[in-house]
Ligand binder design. Structure first.
Ligand code: ADP
Length: 538
């Protein structure tokens, strides 16, 4: 008969990350770029003190456990304080993506029923538009200090930090209590909320520090380029603090020049973001003949990392860790590193592996299934619907009664293959897959080849309806400034690389590539721009 173990059971709370961090690394730094070259710098110890003050300030303003506190803010030390102060007292930190359409933001705030919204001054105009649309919000607090800074007579952040915190200690509660809320970007239908728990957040942070995941240690200086409003900046606010790493917050300026400067001046060793932000940094370095003196690892995910980007960063001494995740997965599911036996492979083979989405973190399990929910072989060739389950995977959407699972698995909406070592390779989002003559063409593969062209800045492959073949692939290209790539030149790259029937039928040039609020190609808009919109299912 099984017997219970005899070990302590302490709840996995977000406040325990903070307590651990400040007890063991009180002098470690958190640095924020405030804009115009101005830098804010303080120690974990100062951060912990202000976070406790804010926790008391939240209580003094009658914010109750379970309440939602919204944020419209860049990556800054103040945003980090809100993350920890809210969750630490059982309040839910609701990060809102300010790049969404006004109506969507209002929908999200109203759906979450936020009681208070903290916002960067940068978003003042947006907030003025939101106020009449979100009548349930009791206070809009501008993230400004000192006390005399004010915004249209609204309370400022300093007023929330004025309370006596000497007697305050972090409360202990059930580790399954909700800690954070983040909405999917809602490219189809209204956005839906993923409500994270303390336990899921701490386990996700733990797993992401693993050497074969993000490999974060006390030695690292971590700069999250991915915004704190995009799935908790991929957990870095938790994993970096848990590891005692120096944290560099880039603030509002995500231009290649500003990021490069910050990277060099603060000795950043690890940074993470979507390919479109990395592209700016890489372009800046390439154009100015620069290399990185401390940057060691670039974590790239959110959409497929083009192999050309892996190669460009490698030339600058930076190794890429390609990661896959989604809002519903907290977000990390896989990270790509080479196995020891693959280190001796030639460069082409290694690049092929590194361009895959990688292997599961402990705590995330994957399966690929056919349309009937039957599991398909993990042979590296068969593709199917990517399913996930695990300790930090959503079970149901916020405010929904029905489960989001199918037989215990969450359907990611991605199409992928998995090989015998667990390497997962996304071929497409199911709604982006192109079906030509009954065969599937991976839009990601087609885009990656176009991106090898030195004059191509951005490439999107979408389906055009075709009487004979059902659908045919079409390429949309945004060229680099002051270059003149030709359709023939780009199409020549496909020769002997893919089957003839996979080569795009046409190439169109476009001045600006439409992007989503999370920095990904907006293929729905491209389809409407170029062709009739098609059904959203594959
Ligand atoms: P949204 O893109 O709707 O804002 P998410 O950030 O949750 O929301 O996006 C998750 C999706 O992004 C995944 O289902 C997948 O399609 C895509 N994605 C994330 N990482 C990668 C990657 N490394 N390669 C390819 N696709 C990726």
């Amino acid at each position: 008969m099984p017997v219970p173990g005899n070990m302590m059971s302490l709840p996995l709370l977000i406040s325990s990350i903070l307590t651990h961090a400040v007890t063991n690394n009180p002098n470690q730094l958190i640095v924020t770029a405030l804009g115009n070259g101005s830098i804010h710098r303080y120690r974990y110890a100062d951060f912990a003190t202000r976070t406790r003050k804010l926790a008391v300030g939240l209580q003094a303003n009658n914010i109750q456990p379970g309440d939602r506190v919204g944020t419209l803010a860049w990556n800054t030390h103040r945003h980090l304080e809100i993350y920890y102060a809210t969750a630490g007292i059982g309040v839910i930190c609701h990060t809102i993506n300010p790049r969404l359409h006004l109506d969507q933001i209002a929908f999200i705030i109203n759906d979450a029923q936020d009681t208070v919204v903290f916002f960067d001054q940068h978003f003042s105009e947006l907030v003025e538009q939101l106020i009449p649309l979100c009548p349930a919000v009791q206070q809009w607090v501008v993230l400004q200090e000192p006390d005399n800074a004010c915004h249209e007579g609204r309370p400022n952040y300093a007023q929330w930090l004025q309370h006596d915190y000497a007697q305050f200690t972090w409360p202990q509660f059930d580790e399954n209590t909700a800690s954070g809320l983040c909405y999917t970007s809602g490219t189809t239908g209204n956005p839906k909320g993923a409500l994270y728990a303390h336990r899921s957040t701490v386990l996700h942070a733990y797993a992401s520090c693993h050497p074969d995941a993000l490999g974060i240690s006390r030695k690292n200086t971590v700069m999250p380029l991915v915004p704190m409003f995009h799935v908790n900046a991929w957990g870095l606010p938790y994993s970096a603090l848990m590891s005692g790493a120096k944290i560099v917050m880039p603030g509002a300026d995500l231009s290649g020049a500003a990021l490069y400067q910050l990277c060099e001046s603060e000795g950043v060793t690890l940074s993470a973001g979507v390919p479109s932000v990395w592209q700016g940094l890489v372009d800046h370095a390439q154009t100015n003949g620069l290399s990185f003196s401390t940057l060691d690892r670039a974590v790239i995910g959110g959409s497929a990392c083009p192999p050309a980007m892996i190669t460009a960063l490698a030339r600058m001494g930076v190794s890429v860790r390609h990661a896959w995740g989604m809002t519903e997965v907290s977000p990390l599911g896989t990270v790509c590193t080479l196995l020891p036996e693959q280190e001796s492979f030639d460069d082409t083979e290694k690049l092929h592996i590194l361009a895959s989405q990688g292997r599961p973190l402990f705590g995330a399990q994957f399966s690929i299934m056919d349309e009937n929910g039957q599991a398909l072989p993990h042979d590296g060739k068969t593709t199917g619907n990517l399913m996930i389950r695990g300790n930090w995977v959503i079970e149901r959407y916020y405010g929904h009664d029905e489960t989001a699972l199918e037989n215990g698995w969450f359907h990611t909406g991605d199409v992928a293959s998995i090989d015998a070592n667990g390497y997962m390779r996304i071929t497409d989002r199911s709604k982006d897959v192109i079906k030509s003559g009954g065969e599937w063409i991976s839009s990601i593969d087609i885009e990656n080849i176009a991106l090898e062209h030195t004059d191509v800045l951005s490439a999107a492959c979408i389906a055009r309806a075709d009487k004979k073949w059902g659908e045919r692939p079409i390429l949309i290209i945004m060229k680099k400034p002051a270059t003149t790539p030709t359709a023939e030149g780009i199409l020549a790259l496909y020769k002997d690389r893919v089957a003839k029937w996979m080569v795009p039928d046409d190439v169109y040039f476009i001045d600006n590539m439409p992007m989503t609020a999370t920095g990904k190609l907006q293929k729905t808009t491209l389809r409407t721009m170029f062709f009739e919109p098609r059904e959203q299912s594959a």
